[in-house]
Design a protein around this ligand. Structure first.
Ligand code: HEM
Length: 502
């Protein structure tokens, strides 16, 4: 290469650096995301997107009000906040100004259609009304507890017994995901896909397709250039081709069940959610499918994610495990129960320490770590941050669990006792704006109680009979995969032992 070419290359690199890659010169003391001329936050985003949650948590904790502005080329502007006052403003006080928005809805529409999880306005309101009514009925609550109890006794426990006998390593995350999938399919449309324990022929393909559709749909949020997925979709290329195939499998499976249920013309006395929606509203087959898929998505990976991280943190906190076992023993003794007997709703309600231990695990590892809304009209947050029309607003639940401003200087430690009311030992309610793990305001999670009941039944039944010996490093937090929920990278490998109860 001659001298002239070298000089040219040097000048070209220098101009690119000065124009695009050098942070604004007046920025050294500004907190928040590093921003570059024209490219905004994009270079930092690309550098850190594989560790998005920890990167953004670090940035937010260093800002005065735990809020930062995010800019990317192509009108992708918004704020990310871990400030409870801002969260309350967005999710409740100024709710109407912060819908999911057309961008969010369009990214998930191929998969979720306009189900409750992916709609705004009247379409959302109608579904919410029916669902809120049904979620508050005793019959649904009992159906959910009975379904979980049967699956624990007939599938989960036998699998753990076998693993203990053979000494083989078991992936607890995979087991819990299969459990949750079977369980939510039963609750949503009274179908047992048999993914856990069974041979899985009925629903194995459905589960795989559902999994792939959820992961690839959420992958669309991570494109550096928002419209790239549309081009790939148009040409039916790569991940979009796979996504369309998996969506077709999911839809076909659900459609068959819905059609046959509608043709049965039974009195719709079944307990599952689909029957309840068929019975109360005049909905098209397509909307019924969207409703059911939204529920499966909501109930599928959330409880399994929470429990996977819960079992992982327990491994390095034996004193917490001991306290849970003591609580279970007290409840069994009080109610004349033996190990292995199913727990009733009232007994599950008495498990305050277990409730606290699960909540504390979700504080540090929330199943839905970030959630995003769209801003309809210019607004100012309670902390003074300006938000323009069409910006996105993300509240960062994962970061909020790690903010000193909310939880104090021991915010990164696992301490279930922080949830207990002084003296009574009862688990206290936390403000949903400081702990938005189940969302807050009018769109708060409908399945919160259902999820706690399910998680407590599983944790209690498993812990009183088995010990998990977590393989590998118990101290360093495992990596996570960011799908729509927080999944543990590589799963949770354990060796299972039957617990000796002396
Ligand atoms: C540990 C378990 C769970 C967690 C952490 C959780 C968390 C959440 C969060 C953060 C949202 C708001 C999502 C958004 O609007 O963007 C949500 C909504 C929702 N969840 Fe849950 N969820 C859990 C379990 C469940 C279960 C078992 C069900 C039952 C099917 C369920 C049903 C729903 C529904 C229907 C919505 C939509 C509510 C609406 O938009 O009006 N969730 N959940």
């Amino acid at each position: 290469m001659d001298l002239f070419s070298l000089l040219f290359l040097y000048l070209l690199s220098l101009s690119i650096y000065l124009l695009f890659l050098r942070p604004y010169p007046n920025q050294p003391k500004i907190t928040g995301f590093k921003s570059y001329p024209l490219l905004g936050t994009l270079p930092e985003f690309l550098k850190n997107r594989h560790r998005f949650l920890d990167w953004t948590t670090g940035v937010l904790s260093a800002t005065p009000s735990n809020t930062a502005v995010f800019r990317r080329p192509g009108k992708v502007h918004g704020i990310i906040t871990a400030n409870p006052a801002n969260v309350e403003h967005v999710l409740k006080t100024n709710f109407e100004n912060y819908p999911k928005g057309t961008k969010f809805i369009s990214l998930l529409e191929d998969f979720l259609g306009r189900g409750i999880f992916n709609s705004d306005g009247d379409l959302w309101r109608v579904q919410r009304k029916t669902a809120s009514y049904e979620f508050n009925t005793k019959s649904l609550r009992n159906f959910v507890i009975d379904t979980a109890t049967v699956e624990i006794r007939t599938r989960l426990v036998p699998i753990l017994e076998k693993a203990a006998e053979s000494g083989r390593v078991l992936d607890v995350q995979d087991m819990l995901e299969r459990f949750a999938f079977d369980n939510i399919c039963k609750v949503a449309f009274n179908v047992d896909p048999g993914c856990l324990g069974g041979d899985g022929t009925a629903g194995g393909e459905f589960m795989r397709a559902f999994e792939e559709a959820a992961t690839l749909s959420s992958g669309r949020f991570m494109y550096a250039f928002h419209h790239l997925y549309k081009i790939k979709k148009y040409f039916n290329m790569g991940s979009e081709h796979k996504l369309m195939k998996s969506i077709a499998t999911v839809h076909e499976f659900a459609d068959k069940i819905i059609k046959s249920r509608m043709e049965e013309k039974s009195e719709n006395k079944d307990e599952d959610l689909l029957s309840r929606f068929i019975g109360t509203d005049k909905m098209s087959t397509e909307l019924l499918r969207d409703v059911v898929i939204s529920f499966i998505l909501a109930g599928r990976d959330t409880t399994s994610s929470a429990l996977t991280w819960f079992f992982w943190v327990l491994a390095s906190n034996p004193e917490v495990e001991k306290k849970i076992l003591n609580e279970l023993e007290t409840i069994r003794n009080r109610n004349a129960k033996r190990i292995g007997d199913a727990y009733s709703f009232e007994e599950l309600r008495e498990m305050h320490y277990l409730h606290a231990a699960i909540s504390e695990a979700m504080r540090l590892y929330p199943p839905v770590p970030v959630d995003t809304k769209a801003c309809l009209n210019d607004d100012v947050m309670p902390d003074g941050t300006f938000v323009a029309k069409e910006w996105f607003v993300t509240y960062h639940t994962y970061a909020m669990g790690r903010m000193e401003s909310i939880w104090g200087s021991d915010c990164c430690e696992y301490k279930p006792d922080r949830w207990l009311e002084n003296g009574t030992g009862f688990c206290r309610q936390e403000s949903p704006f400081r702990f938005p793990v189940f969302h807050a305001g009018p769109r708060m999670c409908l399945g919160k109680d259902m999820a706690y009941n399910q998680m407590k039944s599983i944790a209690a039944s498993v812990m009183e009979r088995f010990e998990f010996d977590v393989q590998g490093d118990k101290e360093t937090s495992p990596g996570h995969l960011l799908s729509l929920t927080l999944r543990m990278k590589g799963g949770l490998a354990v060796k299972v032992r039957e617990r000796c109860m002396g």
